[in-house]
Design a protein. Structure first.
Length: 482
């Protein structure tokens, strides 16, 4: 057998193994993984080994594979197209490689590039579409890392796209006989709305778009807006979908709250526009945001409207969609991890707990007008957790009203500032002392309040950043309801 020099690149190929005989030598878990992949490709698999691990044994009993029991003999290769050696004995693996060389049967010895005449690439599957990655045995870990990165970036709906195109392949070829025309057609279709429609499960509209394109019509480069939740700040809390969308964006309209760590993940040449709102100036800027979304989408751009947390939790996402709908602009929503969930998790506070709280409410009360509209009796009830957004400014009044409506002054409260970020602070206090604690510790925005017995668990369950600070004792005059 010859160990080949590493210099010339491997020749990539995709083999059609349907109903072809393949031999796997070895009966352990590595062999089992290889057998599973071969069976997926439709191969007729024989496993040669003195004994089989349980799953392989089950497949043999069911007739999915053939078991050839005993130690490897060269004539096992006589009728096969390919062989994989997956034993933990170097001498057996070498014998398989040598016998393969003599018989011109392609052999892969698992993790032994030098002994192999073919290698199995790292791969990514999206339906009929496969990406295979090889480093020619030079750096398998690099190939694997690249696979992971691409796996995250490539949307699962690519599979539906490939299937969809395969379904219409004949007609497309018939309509555009020339390669150049066909390529232009595909360029147009793939950069248009069709892939998005398939991702959103709109098969009828996708088919209609294709029909239009086949009829020679313009499918248009329609712009669209994706409303994306960026989570609380830690980029690790973005969803995979959010990451993909950030990678495809032409323009990103983001709130001030969205941190640099998240923005760094956006496509390099996407245009970043901060559309932060100043307190007291909401209407003017909200209108400007609407106008910007409309202008960019109408120009055919892929717009990402990126918001802190979740776009539908105190994020005015609903209003923005209503506006877009009014103008017939296509949109999509990607949820994000809202501050209440993230802050609770990163402070070690379970929002519900069998012993303490059966429900949780997300609320905001940043101006006294909105506080008057709340049902205070219900909010003051026991055995529930309140997660309050934008609540630090109104904390004095808020806690006084809860106490006046019957919630115990000793009810635990956690104030979480910059939740999930490296500079996170958690202040553990009580309802009676909360406003004083916020002042003493000079709590700044963004901060979230968690009120309820579960808040006390932060002292025990914290795991991120510095341990909770315990707020000052209640001031002598417990706040009274206004
Ligand atoms: N849509 C966002 C909320 C926007 S309102 C979401 O779902 O999280 C802004 C308020 O959210 C802030 O005033 C603060 O109360 C809270 N908030 C957002 N990010 C936060 C963070 N990292 N830490 C603490 N509170 C946060």
């Amino acid at each position: 057998m010859t160990a080949r020099p590493p210099t010339p690149p491997l020749f990539p190929m995709f083999a059609d193994l349907r109903d072809r005989d393949v031999l796997v030598v070895g009966g352990g878990t590595v062999a089992r993984r290889k057998v599973a992949a071969l069976l997926d490709s439709g191969a007729r698999v024989t496993v040669g080994a003195p004994a089989l691990e349980p799953e392989l044994a089950r497949w043999a009993r069911k007739g999915r594979i053939t078991h050839r029991s005993g130690r490897f003999e060269p004539h096992w290769l006589d009728r096969v197209w390919l062989a994989i050696a997956a034993t933990d004995e170097a001498s057996t693996n070498e014998a398989v490689a040598a016998a393969g060389e003599a018989r011109r049967v392609w052999v892969n010895v698992v993790d032994e590039a030098a002994l192999s005449t073919f290698q199995v690439p790292a791969r990514i599957e999206r339906g009929p579409l496969q990406l295979a990655i090889s480093s020619g045995g030079a750096a398998p870990m690099l190939a694997r890392a690249l696979r992971e990165r691409l796996e995250r970036q490539l949307d699962p709906s690519l599979g539906s796209l490939a299937e969809f195109l395969s379904l219409h392949r004949r007609r497309i070829r018939a309509r555009f006989a020339h390669m150049g025309a066909r390529r232009r057609f595909f360029d147009q279709v793939l950069s248009g709305p069709l892939p998005d429609l398939l991702r959103r499960g709109r098969l009828d509209e996708a088919t209609h778009t294709l029909e239009q394109a086949l009829a020679g019509g313009d499918t248009g480069t329609r712009g669209s807006v994706v409303l994306v939740g960026a989570g609380p700040g830690d980029p690790g809390l973005l969803t995979l979908r959010a990451l993909r969308v950030l990678n495809e964006a032409d323009v990103i309209l983001h709130d001030r709250l969205v941190g640099a760590g998240v923005l760094a993940l956006a496509r390099r040449d996407a245009e970043l526009v901060e559309v932060g709102k100043q307190a007291g100036n909401h209407h003017a800027t909200q209108d400007q945001i609407h106008a910007l979304m409309l202008e960019h989408a109408r120009a055919g751009r892929r717009v990402v409207r990126l918001k802190g947390g979740d776009p539908f939790v105190f994020g005015r996402g609903g209003e923005e969609l209503q506006f877009l709908r009014g103008y017939g602009i296509d949109y999509e929503v990607v949820p994000g991890i809202t501050a209440a969930l993230a802050c609770a998790a990163y402070a070690g506070i379970p929002l519900t707990h069998r012993d303490h709280a059966q429900s949780v409410r997300l609320l905001t009360a940043h101006c006294s007008g909105s506080r008057d509209a709340l049902d205070w009796k219900a909010l003051a009830a026991d055995r529930q957790t309140l997660a309050i957004y934008m609540g630090v400014a109104g904390l004095e009044d808020f806690s006084a009203r809860l106490i006046a409506h019957g919630r115990a002054p000793s009810t635990p409260v956690a104030i979480i500032e910059n939740g999930s970020l490296p500079q996170q602070r958690v202040i553990a206090t009580t309802l009676a002392s909360a406003a004083n604690a916020a002042r003493t510790h000079a709590v700044e925005s963004p901060a979230l309040l968690i009120i309820g017995e579960v808040a006390a668990l932060a002292g025990q369950l914290h795991w991120f950043g510095v341990p909770p600070r315990v707020g000052p004792a209640p001031s002598a005059d417990i706040p009274r309801a206004a």
